[in-house]
Design a protein. Structure first.
Length: 112
């Protein structure tokens, strides 16, 4: 939808990028400012940079639903074990690290 909006503005303005930016920039300004002041970081990288470590990974098969669920367990630097799950190993690892970072922030072990 967003690309269609930008494309429509571009074509209606006779292919003027300045006009597109003048219309779109106010809509995106809050997101641009937020990403500058608080850039998104990869929770997997952030977790391991904070001293976290990998404990185990496994998969579970749900024969009823014919699906495979990946489980990833990580340990924070202070010893907490966190489990993440997902439809792939990559998603399970991401989920576990995201949960760990969220937990550490909640208890002020790390800050934004």
């Amino acid at each position: 939808v967003f690309e269609a909006l930008v494309g429509a503005i571009f074509l209606d303005s006779e292919k003027c990028l300045k006009t597109v930016w003048n219309v779109i920039e106010p809509l995106l300004r809050q997101y641009i400012d937020r990403s500058i002041t608080n850039p998104n970081s990869n929770p997997v990288r952030e977790f391991f940079e904070k001293g976290g470590k990998f404990i185990s990974e496994s998969t579970e098969t749900d024969t009823e639903k014919d699906t495979i669920k990946s489980i990833f367990i990580v340990q924070t630097a202070n010893g907490c074990l966190i489990e993440g799950s997902g439809t792939s190993k990559k998603m399970a690892k991401y989920d576990a690290c995201r949960k760990a970072i969220k937990l550490l922030m909640r208890y002020n072990v790390i800050t934004d």
